[in-house]
Design a protein around this ligand. Structure first.
Ligand code: SF4
Ligand code: SF4
Length: 481
């Protein structure tokens, strides 16, 4: 007789490492943190959509858009400030300051960035607001999703997705306005005259906004964003985080009106804090990677505490140290000035001072000399040696200027600029156009007994009206290979 062994029972397959997403239906919270979030959403979205339309006259021929990354003109404009390509280190400095600012805020208030101002949070909040407008609050949405398809369900779903797409398109459209003159590109958009890149990037931003804020939502924060992992290194036991004060809440249990509060915690296990959570977590389980610190659970719990006649703040911004102190029967101490907060603030001040000093003391024009590589020099029939160069002049001011060019440190030499006259004193005068980068062909001829293969010299450029001087060092090749 043959015995059949069922290997699937003897060796059951390992449990799946994949868990499907559970749809989250966040309930609308009411309270001061919800209000702060509405205000932050209105301000940040308002800035994003309106900023490219603000005009900021800078002079003839210069873009009048207050905020513009002008790739064609190779400049970045931000109201009074103007960054040229060779000054990108200012932007690097600002980015470092922004990063340090984020570190500082995180070490003081946990993931305040995630909870209030991160674009993913703001747009998801807006999308949930639209969802609520069409499908109702948590319970109604759950009922609608569970119900079979009907006209009522179809028009609500259709309306929601339509508005989501309009918002996504508006977001993608606003993005490209930061890279081109807004009125021109907006007009060109509908006549098909906008650059191809504008259609491409608007399409990408439309898709990502709709997909990330409408469909992915909390999964972006939990699985895609690196910030939750980084923040672990930035917070400590003195950082203010959204905290369930278990010392006060436990032991939790349902509570009936009129019942005593003796021998129990203040948490009535109503789960309102869980129902409003956009991440679908329970703050009472302690610190979690998923928690974006949006503080909506504080609003929800405060509401309940008021209803049951207990003090608010069962869930609140608090520190691990303060909770531990209360558990030990001590008075909590809040430390704002700590080594890490002082370090971040000091670095921000130092870098800010360097960027500010550098920016406000920068020259309004620049000089650069580029030597011809080939041939390195020419020996003329009379024995003189000639080198060729390209002289690059950058006039960053909004007015044209006259400058005189001379060379110093190269005796027996003569300066010549193609198409321009050399004065008797050996200088060449020219006009630098406003806000322009100009390149000139420059020849230097030298009569010398000097046997060294190279000689260093300096090109001096002087504004003939203001006396402002800029220079650039260069090499004259007169022998060798
Ligand atoms: S637990 Fe509270 S603070 Fe954290 S994400 Fe949920 S609602 Fe926001
Ligand atoms: S809302 Fe407050 S009382 Fe209700 S379960 Fe959450 S922590 Fe407990």
């Amino acid at each position: 007789m043959t015995t059949i062994i069922d290997h699937t029972k003897a060796n059951p397959p390992p449990p799946s490492l994949y868990e499907g997403r559970k749809q989250i239906y966040p309930k609308l919270a009411h309270g001061k943190f919800r209000m702060v979030k509405w205000i932050v959403m209105a301000v940040t979205l308002g800035i994003y959509y309106v900023l490219p339309w603000i005009r900021w006259p800078r002079g003839e021929g210069i873009p009048d858009q207050a905020v513009l990354a002008d790739f064609e003109g190779e400049k970045f404009y931000f109201f009074w400030f103007e960054i040229w390509p060779q000054e990108l280190y200012y932007l690097a400095g600002l980015l470092i300051m922004a990063t340090l600012g984020l570190f500082l805020v995180t070490s003081l208030f946990g993931r305040a960035w995630c909870g209030y101002t991160c674009p993913q949070t703001v747009w998801t909040d807006l999308y949930i607001w639209v969802e609520r407008a069409f499908e109702g609050d948590r319970a109604a949405r759950m009922r609608l999703d569970a119900a079979p398809w009907s006209f009522n369900k179809a028009w609500r779903k259709f309306g929601k997705h339509l508005i989501w797409l309009v918002i996504a398109f508006w977001t993608g459209g606003a993005f490209i306005l930061y890279w081109h003159d807004a009125p021109t590109v907006a007009k060109g958009w509908f006549t098909g005259e906008a650059p191809l890149t504008a259609y491409f990037f608007a399409g990408i931003l439309t898709f990502t906004t709709y997909f990330l804020a409408g469909w992915m939502r909390e999964q972006v924060c939990t699985y895609m964003c690196p910030w939750p992992r980084i923040q672990g290194a930035l917070t400590d036991e003195n950082a203010l985080n959204v905290t369930y004060r278990f010392d006060r809440g436990e032991p939790r249990a349902p509570h009936r009106k009129g019942e005593s509060w003796e021998g129990r915690g203040d948490c009535i296990d109503c789960k309102q804090c869980v129902q409003v959570c956009p991440m679908g977590i329970d703050i009472r389980d302690g610190a979690q990677l998923e928690c974006i610190h949006c503080a909506l659970c504080i609003d929800a719990c405060d509401d309940i505490m008021k209803k049951v006649g207990r003090p608010i703040g069962l869930i609140a911004y608090d520190t691990d140290n303060a909770v531990a102190a209360r558990v030990a029967g001590k008075k909590p101490v809040y430390k704002v000035l700590r080594p890490r907060t002082l370090l971040y603030a000091t670095l921000m001040i130092i870098i800010g001072a360097m960027v500010g000093f550098g920016y406000f003391n920068k020259s309004s024009f620049e000089v650069n000399v580029l030597k011809d590589r080939s041939p390195p020099f020419i020996r003329l029939s009379d024995g003189d040696i000639r080198n060729g160069y390209t002289l690059k002049l950058v006039n960053k001011s909004s007015t044209a200027r006259n400058v005189a060019i001379e060379i110093q440190g190269l005796d027996g030499s003569e300066l010549q600029m193609i198409g321009l006259e050399t004065e008797e004193n050996g200088e060449v005068e020219l006009n630098m156009g406003a806000h322009r980068v100009d390149r000139f062909r420059m020849l230097i001829t030298r009569h010398t007994e000097d046997t060294a293969p190279r000689a260093n010299f300096t090109v001096i450029v002087r504004d003939t009206e203001t006396g402002e001087v800029e220079d650039s060092s260069a090499v004259f090749v007169q022998g060798g290979n």
